[in-house]
Ligand binder design. Structure first.
Ligand code: SAM
Length: 314
């Protein structure tokens, strides 16, 4: 893992200011206003442990919210080469143990997977998971089944990729095909017997389980959600908590160059990861700065030290 020092950061970013949260010796986090391509190109090769990318989805519409808007009108034929250029730069910025998490929906995800295979597979990389994030909030059309899932493609830079499944365990569901019994100590366990081998599998209920690749237990934000900032397409913090918790090593550094309202940044900060985040929109960066600053001040008030935030424009 490579951590940029504050001296390196200010050398690279002449137009910057710093918000202090009282721990100037910690390597600062970075929030940049700029095109994703330029923010990624400015990162040292191999310097990021996880990159989460939640770009425009090729919806063909301008996406609007109370706090601002962004352009998502590019046709697929223009969108794909635009995205591919940024994915190549993301691949270059990843550590050998690093992961890229690309969040899209049914419109472009299959094309993007082909691009990612072109970039990652010849360089010893691999696809780890195609994660389906299913939710129920939002409208449904009368002429099709409701389109109620996004897809997150997880590609690893190499077979040495980091994975921390125990950091993201979820409660075991009651009412599964497995019988619930009490073990010798009286604690509930789920038990199943393999019909072919006769082998008995026993899972302590209290330990929870590692989620599978279809996530139905994280709802998307509703209109009155307390997390809501008014930025369009804001993602829930629980989603980023699971993604980053499972893929970023302790003290690692996360990148998100389409950060919008700052969800990735506040989650990374809370989990003790460093971050390099950016967005092309000045409105998004203002929303993200306010959110990161509020979360940092709350955190400092209750104990943990928080790195300073360097704001820059590329
Ligand atoms: C789907 S939203 C991200 C939402 C974010 N994950 C959140 O939770 O708030 C996509 C973001 O990409 C930004 N964007 C669009 N084109 C960009 C570009 N070329 N470089 C950087 N950001 C861009 C938009 O301003 C928007 O904030």
């Amino acid at each position: 893992m490579t951590v940029a020092t504050s001296a390196q950061l200010s050398l690279a970013l002449p137009r910057s200011r710093r918000v202090s949260f009282g721990s100037p010796a910690l390597p600062p986090n970075l929030l940049v206003r700029g095109d994703a391509r330029d923010v990624l190109a400015a990162q040292a090769p191999g310097s990021l442990d996880v990159i989460y990318i939640d770009p425009p989805f090729a919806t063909g519409r301008t996406q609007r919210g109370r706090a601002g808007a962004y352009d998502d009108r590019a046709p697929l034929g223009d969108f794909l080469p635009w995205l591919a250029e940024r994915l190549r730069l993301a691949h270059r910025a990843l550590a050998d143990t690093g992961s890229l998490l690309l969040h899209l929906d049914y419109r472009a995800v299959h094309h993007a997977r082909v691009e990612l295979e072109r970039i990652f597979l010849p360089a010893r990389g691999l696809m780890v998971n195609e994660i389906v994030w299913a939710y129920s909030v939002g409208g449904k059309g009368p002429r099709a089944f409701g389109r109620k899932h996004d897809t997150i493609l997880w590609f690893a830079r190499s077979p040495r990729y980091a994975f921390f499944p125990d950091a993201v365990r979820v409660p075991r569901r009651p009412g599964s095909h497995m019988r619930v019994k009490l073990d010798e100590a009286g604690a509930p366990i789920q038990e199943k017997t393999d019909r072919k081998t006769g082998r008995v599998y026993r899972y302590p209920v209290a330990a929870g389980k590692v989620p599978e690749d279809v996530w139905t237990d994280i709802e998307t934000l509703n209109r009155s959600d307390r997390e809501r900032t008014g930025w369009p397409s804001q993602k829930p913090e629980r989603l980023l908590t699971r993604l980053l918790g499972a893929t970023c090593p302790p003290g690692g550094r996360v990148g998100d160059v389409f950060v919008g309202s700052g969800t990735t940044a506040v989650v990374a900060q809370r989990l003790g990861f460093g971050f390099v985040c950016g967005d092309a929109s000045a409105d998004a960066v203002a929303v993200a700065e306010a959110r990161i600053t509020r979360a940092a001040r709350d955190s400092v008030a209750t104990g943990p030290k928080v790195p300073d935030l360097v704001l820059a424009t590329l």
